[in-house]
Design a binder for this molecule. Structure first.
Ligand code: 4NP
Length: 153
């Protein structure tokens, strides 16, 4: 069975939608990867498109984030996805608190494949958005290679 992946950040308007779009672009190369989605720990941006600064930065990477809409992580996600990938240590701690003990999903840090937390660009300058995209381009491919080789989940 293909491995389903949910990317999670705080607001679901900057980092995790970028990860989702990068993953969707790579997916045709990886039949081992199944459903791909993203969500936020918080509910502030439910129904919103990604942050305009991330939409702009992502366009420079050939990604169109405009159709994506924010949603909050929900209990069902822990039963529907194989892998829930946290963008930073705070997201990881929150997800581990939320995870039901009977969950199917394994909760893992994106840092396993990026080598470091994916920094929250929300309150910083425009260069932070590009930095996130560079980290995620390499990190999502490394994650998918790990799924292919059976190292993940
Ligand atoms: P994200 O960035 O977690 O990468 O989507 C943020 C977006 C919104 C907020 C914080 C971080 N916020 O506080 O509304």
């Amino acid at each position: 069975m293909a491995v389903s992946v949910l990317f999670v950040c705080l607001g679901n308007i900057c980092r995790s939608p970028a990860a989702e779009a990068i993953a969707l672009r790579l997916a045709p190369e990886y039949p081992e990867v199944g459903k791909i989605d993203s969500a936020g720990i918080g509910n502030w941006h439910v129904g919103d498109p990604p942050d305009p600064r991330m939409i702009r930065a992502a366009a420079g990477f050939g990604l169109d984030l405009r159709p994506l809409r924010g949603r909050q992580v929900e209990r069902a996600d822990f039963h529907e996805f194989d892998l829930i990938v946290a963008m930073d240590a705070e997201n990881l701690a929150d997800l581990r608190d939320l995870r039901p003990t009977t969950a199917r999903a394994k909760v893992v840090p994106m840092a396993n494949w990026t080598g470091r937390d994916v920094p929250d660009p929300y309150s910083g300058g425009p260069e932070g958005f590009d930095r996130v995209l560079v980290l995620l381009e390499a990190g999502v491919r490394a994650l998918f290679d790990a799924i292919r080789s059976g190292e993940a989940p």
